[in-house]
Design a protein around this ligand. Structure first.
Ligand code: PLP
Length: 236
């Protein structure tokens, strides 16, 4: 019998640098079948977001229902409050990884500011959230250079069940992430890459979802995903 697929709930980046196309490439690398629920269609180059067309919340709900039984879920760009609330209401009964995408590297908001309360509600329902430092600062109100442990603890206190705080935006030779759960504080380090590729957040969250779908415990799924992102960054 075929293994259950992974459900990707995310936006389409027409340029393929991030979003659904990157998620699908990651699932293919891990040998996982995909189901998708597109939340927005965007027009993008590597330098800018030209247009965002949100998918109606009812269509997102229908896509999630159509996916049927899944082994894990990856959630990326949610675009607005209606879509975020719909995803929370229709979340399948499976491990879920939420990359709380707020703004593109080029500076365009990818989640409407009034959707933050809905995002907090979803945060409390998923297995893991994977904010980068600017996202974590925005979500907690703490400065981006606050100690990683304090920022992760604040997100945990806000309802997150587990936090992988990504240190890629900090300075230093090592890109140091922190996995913070009710029982563990696990640093995950990799040499900093200078390639500056887009879509690393999407790749990491999708790779973690693949690990969870394949039955790995959370720390092992995060470590394997981090190794996958390092290899992706070092591929020309
Ligand atoms: N576009 C979509 C659809 C995304 O999901 C994301 C991030 O998750 C981005 C753009 C932003 O990617 P980047 O910050 O790498 O430009």
């Amino acid at each position: 019998m075929q293994a259950d697929p992974v459900l990707i709930i995310a936006g389409l980046d027409s340029g393929g640098g991030a979003g659904l196309m990157r998620d699908l490439a990651t699932l293919a690398a891990f040998g996982q079948r995909a189901k998708t629920a597109a939340t927005a269609i965007t027009a993008q180059t590597d330098a800018q977001v030209l247009a965002i067309h949100p998918v109606p919340a009812e269509t997102v709900a229908a896509q999630i229902r159509a996916a049927g039984r899944v082994a894990a879920v990856k959630i990326g760009m949610l675009t607005n409050a209606a879509v975020t609330e719909t995803v929370t209401r229709h979340l399948p009964d499976a491990p879920a990884v939420l990359d709380p995408v707020l703004i593109s590297s080029s500076g365009t908001p990818l989640l409407a500011p009034d959707a933050l309360p809905a995002l907090y509600a979803l945060m409390a329902r998923v297995t893991l959230i994977t904010p980068n430092l600017p996202e974590a600062a925005h979500l907690t109100g703490l400065p981006p250079d606050a100690p990683a442990e304090a920022t992760a603890a604040a997100l945990f206190a806000m309802g997150a069940r587990a936090v992988l705080l990504k240190g890629g935006h900090a300075e230093g030779l090592e890109a140091m992430d922190l996995l913070f759960t009710s029982t563990a504080r696990i640093p995950l380090s990799a040499p900093r890459s200078a390639t500056g590729k887009r879509g690393t957040g999407c790749t990491l969250a999708s790779a973690i979802a693949c690990g969870l779908a394949q039955g790995l415990p959370l720390p092992a799924a995060c470590a394997a995903a981090k190794a996958h992102v390092t290899a992706y960054l070092n591929t020309p």
